[in-house]
Design a protein around this ligand. Structure first.
Ligand code: E4P
Length: 217
């Protein structure tokens, strides 16, 4: 499963890139606002930190304006992936852009039928939001299973990008289902390293090592 960082924070992206775990980045208008940076400028900087796809979201709601915005965004770097909302205009834009060879991430997916539409429109990625789905009394992981089943039934190439990931259990369940990608805030990705027994083990080994009075090197 590929790991994308869901952030526009340059320091966090650099930090994760150094672990070798970073396969791409996703941003959205909220994350850009949080960064306090110019959209184009910060996207260019992010694109230089990873070879993987960097999702940059259009903000127009109509197809012609989405295409104009996408034109500006895709000039930033060759690894820009245009993010469009799961609407009729969003999917028209998806179809047009992917037909020209531009990567598209169809975002704000909350049903398996919507995911089916995104795949038929040729999406590179579809982003079902599991956390927001759970928050509203639905079963986010059931949504991922349903999309996996449908995509496998028809051998769609669209990758399932599990989004709105809130904790390690979402990551584990997504991996068990066979989702292609997950995008999570850096803190959630870093949380995957943590285990109480790892910490205790290090503590014990270091205490015993101190008794030897030795040093390496
Ligand atoms: C995905 O691409 C979105 O940016 C993101 O995962 C949304 O997550 P949230 O529900 O935590 O805002």
């Amino acid at each position: 499963m590929k790991f994308f960082a869901d952030t526009a924070d340059i320091a966090d992206i650099k930090d994760l890139a150094a672990t070798g775990l970073l396969d791409g980045v996703t941003t959205n208008p909220t994350l850009i606002a949080k960064s306090g940076r110019d959209f184009i400028e910060v996207t260019r900087e992010i694109c230089a930190l990873t070879d993987g796809p960097v999702s940059a979201e259009v903000v127009a709601l109509d197809h012609p304006t989405m295409m104009k915005e996408a034109e500006i965004l895709r000039k930033i770097a060759s690894n820009v992936c245009i993010k469009v909302p799961l609407t009729i205009d969003g999917l028209k834009t998806c179809k047009a852009l992917t037909s020209e060879g531009t990567m598209v991430n169809v975002t704000l997916c909350f049903s398996a039928n919507q995911a089916l539409l995104a795949a038929k429109a040729g999406a590179t990625f579809v982003s079902p939001f599991v956390g927001r789905h759970d928050d509203n009394g639905f079963d986010g992981m059931q949504l991922i299973s349903d999309i996996r089943l449908i995509y496998d039934n028809y051998a769609f190439d669209t990758e399932i990008l599990v989004a709105s990931v809130r904790h390690g259990v979402h990551v584990l369940e997504a991996a068990k289902i066979g989702a292609d990608v997950m995008t999570a805030p850096p803190a959630v990705i870093k949380g995957l390293f943590k285990h109480i027994l790892t910490d205790k083990g290090i503590e014990g080994f270091l205490a015993d090592w101190a008794k030897t009075g030795q040093a390496i090197g």
